[in-house]
Design a protein around this ligand. Structure first.
Ligand code: PLP
Length: 381
């Protein structure tokens, strides 16, 4: 890759070993996993072996895994499915203020249809206020959703502690673990998660495939209707090649995760230390310690984030302002406003996310180019 890629939080390249594992499932083993014949049985076996691999990684049962088209679908299914299944119990939902759009928007939709929503504040480090969350619980609360690590600023949340609250109150708990699965150990029992969403393309697997973990017995209504796939939980012919890729990507992460996290944390810490040394008027966003090992997030006073991204791009460096979906939007990010940033700082943000192929030389290049670009933008706009 000629380009220096610092946008692993948006998506990762597919590991060549993942591509290799997927290849047979496009032609030789192309069958429909629901077909009873040999070809179908081969596909079915690959699907179920993959389910086993993912379940093992998450510490779950196989029948608690629903393969989906990605985390957006998983989150939609959990939110709408939990709401529909608990109509009689209540209509109150609690979410953190820093949820991804794929949780936030379905919840907003329910709000516009009569549901009551409590949005829990985060502190200046982007960590959810546990006391406020506990205080918000009502008898009619039917779902609590808190992201494992925020995709923009990388702050890790006290999920196990929140899970202890939700468990004690018997309220289904949705954890969006898109940014953590494949990067740190994620165990559904340790987290006390009832629903957990993930997407393969965030951990060197293919795009368009993900999963929803749904704990046995948790109230959930079907979301996609049609066929009986995924034990009736999700209609549509399974993406067998994609699922095989997801499982292979998980296996590779299991082997490499600890080493990679350590390496990336060292590179990240260099950025967190050296960017403020080289540039005036910079703020580091997110928790200093309790953050994703591959995420560094800055705000530069008096700089427009879009112009900064374009200037970096011209130098062959790909980064982002926050989530891929909000890049290009002029509005200050909802997440950065939640941690109390001014519009100026929120609009002058830069997210650097590292990954499997990030090198020390890439960091050197960024540390060289960034001060020059910031100075030029501050002088000439
Ligand atoms: N949740 C988080 C935290 C994310 O970062 C993303 C993607 O950026 C999603 C959910 C949605 O994932 P997908 O676009 O693969 O559906």
């Amino acid at each position: 890759m000629d380009q220096i890629y610092f946008d692993y939080g948006a998506t990762t390249p597919c590991d060549p070993l993942v591509v290799k594992a997927m290849e047979p499932y496009f032609f030789e083993r192309f069958g429909n996993a629901s077909s009873p014949h040999e070809s179908g049985r081969t596909a079915r076996k690959a699907l179920e072996d993959s389910r086993e691999i993912l379940a093992r990684f998450l510490g779950s049962q196989r029948d608690e895994i629903i393969f989906t088209s990605g985390a957006t679908e998983s989150n939609n299914q959990a939110v709408f499915g939990a709401a529909r299944a608990q109509r009689k119990k209540g209509n109150h939902i609690i979410i953190s203020k820093i949820e991804h759009h794929s949780v936030f928007e379905p919840v907003e939709f329910l709000k516009s249809h009569g549901y009551e929503v409590s949005e829990i504040d985060v502190d200046e480090n982007g960590v959810v206020d546990l006391k406020a969350l506990k205080a918000a619980v009502k008898p009619q609360t039917i779902l609590i959703a808190v992201i494992h690590a925020n995709n923009e600023i990388g702050s890790l949340q006290p999920i196990s502690q929140i899970g202890a609250i939700t468990q004690a109150k018997h309220i289904p708990f949705l954890v969006d673990a898109v940014q953590t699965v494949g990067h740190i150990p994620v165990d559904v029992d340790e987290l006390n998660a009832d629903f957990l969403s993930l997407a393969a393309h965030k951990f060197y697997g293919p795009k368009g495939v993900g999963a929803l973990y749904a704990r046995r017995g948790t109230p959930l209504a079907r979301h996609l209707l049609g066929g009986d796939q995924e034990r009736g939980w999700r209609a549509s012919t399974q993406n067998v090649a994609g699922v095989v890729g997801l499982a292979k990507a998980i296996e590779l992460c299991e082997q490499n995760m600890a080493k990679e996290a350590k390496q990336q944390a060292q590179l990240r810490d260099r950025l967190l230390a050296e960017v403020p040394q080289r540039i005036q008027g910079v703020k580091i966003n997110g928790h200093r310690q309790e953050r994703l090992s591959n995420n560094a997030h800055f705000s530069f006073a008096g700089v427009k984030g879009e112009a900064l991204l374009m200037a970096l791009d011209r130098k062959g460096i790909a980064a982002s302002m926050g989530s891929a979906c909000t890049s290009g939007a002029i509005k200050p990010s909802r997440i950065l406003k939640a941690i109390g940033l001014s519009n100026d700082l929120a609009l002058g943000s830069l997210r650097i996310t590292l990954g499997r192929w990030t090198t020390t030389e890439h960091i050197d290049r960024l540390l060289e180019e960034l001060p020059l670009i910031i100075e030029r933008l501050r002088t000439h706009g």
